[in-house]
Structures are given as C-alpha cells and as structure tokens.
Ligand binder design. Structure first.
Ligand SMILES: Cc1ncc(COP(=O)(O)O)c(C=O)c1O
Length: 388
C-alpha cells in the first residue's frame, strides 16, 4: 500500500467496484509513462495542437513598479486558455490506449470541462461533463463551448451545486460505467493513481520553466502558484521541488474572511480527512461534515486539496498562504493594465500574493504560474468591480 500514499496522505478510499479500474489505470499509466510511441504522440499534440512550450515572460512594467523581478509562465496562452489541456490530452490519449470509448469529467470553472470536451472531440471519444448548477450559471460561456464541442453537460443540483458535487456525481457515474468509461479527473485529487497521473501530465510546466531559467543561467528564488485541487501548482513545483534553495508557495482562496463558509483554504483552515477517494486536508464542520466554501473564482471553490500538497505542507517544503477575493481582483487589474495580460481569477490569486508581499520579495526573481486567461471571468469581474 505504501506506494499509494504521499507520506500519510492519498490512498484509495473508494467503492470496492472501482479498485480493479484503479489497478488497471495504474498499470496502464506506468506502462505508457515511458512508452516511446505514447510520448511521441503526446509531445506532438502538446506542441502542434496545444501550443507548447509556453513562454516565460519577464513582466517588466510590474517588476519596475513593485521592485520584484516578476516572471510569468504563460499557461494562459495554451489552446482553450488554461493549463487544464496538458492533463486532458494526456489522459484522453491514455483512455484510448486502454480501449475506453467514453470519458466522463467534472468541472468547476469550466476550463477542465472545455479542455476535456476538446480532447474528446479530437480523439473521437464520447464525452459527458458534470458541473454544479452554480458554476454552470457563472461560467455559462464554457457550458456553451462544451456543448458545441459535442459533450453532454450534466448539471448537478445537489449540495452546494459546485465542484465537489460535480466530482461526487462523476464518481457515481464511474461506479456503474467503468467497463467502457475513463474518469478524466481534472486536478491532482481523487484516489491513487489520479493525483500522480495529473501531476505527471502537468509537470511539463515546471520542466519547461526550469529549462528557461537554466538557459538564462539564473534560478528563480521563489515559485508561486494558486491552489484549488492543486494541479497547476504541483505541475510547476515538480520542476523545482528538488532545488532546496527555491522557495515554493501555494496560494489558496481566502475568499471574504476567515469565517467558515467564507473561504476555500483547505490547507490553511482544513483538517485531515477522507474526501473523494483520498486522505488529505478537507474543510469540515465541527461534526466532520464537508463544509461550505467560497471563492470569487470557481476553480478555487473546492473544500479539498490534492494529497501531495498535504504532504509537501507537512514536510515543510511548500508554504501555503492565502489571498482574499478583493486582493485577487485588484491584482487582475494590475496585471491587465500594466502588462496587457488578462489573467484568470484563479491565477490572479498567485499574482496578488506577490504584489502584496513585494517588500519581502524585493530584488528577487519570482516566477508566477499564470494558469489561465481571464476571458471566462469577465462578467464576474464586472459585477464585483465595486469591491475594489
Ligand atoms: C485557470 C485555472 N487555474 C487554476 C485552477 C485551479 O485548479 P488547480 O488547482 O487544479 O490548478 C483552475 C480550475 O478550474 C483554472 O481554471
């Protein structure tokens, strides 16, 4: 069982019926991970279809204004507008290799749903996406995009009607459809081997960023990424986790306040618990029920976090901080107006953390993962403008 865990975190806490599917997936993943044909096929898709490698951009105007050397890893420039496409192309190809004809997925901000629908259209796989009704409303454009791509969007009207309920509905579907269906999970969460698979397909972000700094002959002093389930963060951290001099910081959604229900700080305010297939930090009520969470950004509005993050926090390798909705909004406008780049509200949390701590980072090289672009968030930003 040891290999299923990150320290004490992770595992496979699922219905008995799913264990053979997880075993099959693990075996297939370990095989294709180093398979020459798979790697060539995926590399070709990442390069010629998705638009990799993404640039590392030195944000000179912000750097000058804040006295910090700010570098942005531009995952927002990828096809479909976010890092999610790295993982969906990888997993959809994996589904093909193991002979599955149908893919299911969950989505919060809609970026993962769109990226899944895209990969399925490309690879000719049937696609069903679960989405909470609150998210479906605030990300209506992405719902439309998924439908146009040929996916069936199943709107979930249970619980808080957000990402966690979409994951639960997808897991329920998978229990009864596992023979022909791959569950294409969108973040570094869920039972093993999902956290490992997602981290592997997202590690391209960190590897490319490291290569960039290597060729420049410098290293970042600090790497910062936002953390929802944790896939973009683990993707960029994997490039630097062995470089002990590089400080790694994950930024969770501080929402409106520290009060229960007002934030989504799974590591900052959660407790150890089993949630959606693995042991990690979970935001819970005093009775141990999954608590309500809030973030202005749909992609961070999740009460759990990937088990590897829980482990990295426990061993002290990564620091997890938080940023409020209002600060993320301010950072959105700072980046937009100073550099002409509209970041996703999720990524704005990482930017905000650096800007508000600029005194601490003075003169340092700080690499921020810009996980996605902000077009999907424009109406939220418009409505929330009076907050700042
Ligand atoms: C642009 C963007 N960034 C970040 C996230 C958060 O997810 P993760 O923590 O898995 O990177 C999302 C989720 O939808 C997203 O769309």
């Amino acid at each position: 069982m040891e290999k299923l865990f990150y320290g004490e975190f992770g595992g496979q806490f699922v219905a008995e019926t799913l264990i053979p599917a997880l075993d099959e997936l693990e075996k297939a993943f370990l095989k294709i991970k180093n398979d020459k044909r798979f790697k060539e096929e995926l590399d070709d898709l990442l390069k010629n279809y998705a638009g990799r490698p993404t640039p590392v951009y030195f944000a000179k105007n912000l750097s000058k204004k804040y006295g910090v050397n700010i570098y942005l890893k531009r995952e927002d420039l990828l096809h479909t507008g976010a890092h999610k496409i790295n993982n969906t192309l990888g997993q959809a190809l994996l589904a093909k290799y193991i002979g599955k004809s149908r893919v299911i997925a969950e989505t919060g901000a809609g970026q993962h749903g769109v990226a899944t629908a895209t990969a399925c259209a490309l690879l000719n796989l049937e696609c069903t996406v679960y989405m909470g009704s609150v998210d479906a409303k605030r990300q209506a454009v992405n719902v439309e995009r998924m439908r146009m791509l040929g996916a069936e969007v199943r709107v979930v009207d249970e619980g808080s009607k957000t990402l966690k309920d979409a994951v639960s509905a997808a897991l329920r579907d998978w229990v009864s459809s596992v023979d022909n269906t791959h569950y294409l999970i969108g973040s570094a969460v869920g039972p093993y081997p999902f956290p490992e698979i997602v981290a592997h397909f997202q590690s391209v972000i960190g590897n490319e960023a490291k290569e960039y700094f290597f060729t420049k002959g410098v290293m970042p002093d600090v790497v910062v990424a936002c953390v929802g389930g944790g896939s973009n963060a683990i993707g960029i951290f994997r490039g630097f986790v062995d470089d002990k001099d590089v400080e790694l910081i994950g930024v969770e959604a501080g929402g409106i306040s520290d009060e229960p229900g007002n934030h989504a700080m799974s590591i900052g305010k959660g407790k150890k618990g089993i949630f959606q297939g693995s042991l990690s930090y979970v935001i819970q009520t005093d009775e141990g029920q999954i608590a309500r969470v809030h973030s202005i950004s749909a992609g961070l509005d999740y009460p759990g976090v990937g088990p590897e993050h829980a482990y990295l926090k426990e061993i002290g390798r990564v620091k997890y901080e938080c940023v409020r909705d209002e600060e993320a909004l301010k950072a959105f406008f700072e980046l937009t107006r100073n550099e002409g780049i509209l970041p996703a509200l999720e990524s704005s949390h990482a930017v905000a953390y650096v800007l508000k701590n600029c005194e601490k980072f003075k003169g340092k090289n700080v690499l921020i993962n810009l996980s996605g672009r902000g077009d999907k968030d424009l109406h939220i930003i418009h409505e929330a403008k009076e907050l700042i």
